[in-house]
Design a protein around this ligand. Structure first.
Ligand SMILES: Nc1nc2c([nH]c(=O)n2[C@H]2C[C@H](O)[C@@H](COP(=O)(O)OP(=O)(O)OP(=O)(O)O)O2)c(=O)[nH]1
Length: 132
């Protein structure tokens, strides 16, 4: 089974977290789902470099990375295995540019569960709600 390695960012502005919605996709289980911004790690790239590149591409955003690594999620989707490394970041503003996503919301922890998340993101959302 194909393996995909991805980096993703939990971006905080004050006490809110940036949640972004994926566009339509032939894979129904990720189509129009909410996720944390990020994307695939390229060959030979460090996780931090991948995160900087993806956030610049997707949001024109240069992150301040807060911690080494928040969590690595392993999730089996029907067509591939996802390995997703998640980092917490800070933003000093709430205005963001969406280059690839169809919508975004800044949500406080207690509202995160209201969104329709990609399945791999559920453990991240749960950990955030339980431990911040
Ligand atoms: N960035 C990100 N991807 C996620 C999350 N949850 C989740 O299941 N994924 C999955 C969806 C995709 O199958 C994969 C990310 O790949 P992508 O297609 O967005 O990556 P990319 O920007 O490098 O895209 P491309 O160059 O292949 O077009 O990880 C998440 O929270 N953030």
């Amino acid at each position: 089974m194909k393996e995909i390695e991805v980096v993703a960012a939990i971006i905080y502005f004050e006490d809110k977290i940036l949640c972004v919605q994926r566009p339509e996709n032939k894979l129904t289980y990720i189509s129009e789902k909410f996720e944390f911004p990020g994307g695939k790690v390229e060959n030979g790239e460090s996780l931090n470099d991948a995160l900087y590149r993806e956030l610049k591409e997707e949001l024109n955003f240069i992150p301040i990375i807060m911690d080494e690594l928040y969590l690595t999620v392993n999730h089996q989707y029907p067509d591939f295995k996802l390995i997703m490394h998640v980092f917490k970041c800070l933003s000093d503003k709430s205005e963001i540019q969406l280059n690839e996503h169809i919508s975004s919301q800044w949500l406080s922890l207690e509202n995160l569960k209201k969104l329709d998340w990609a399945a791999a993101d559920i453990p991240i959302v749960n950990r955030l709600i339980e431990h911040g």
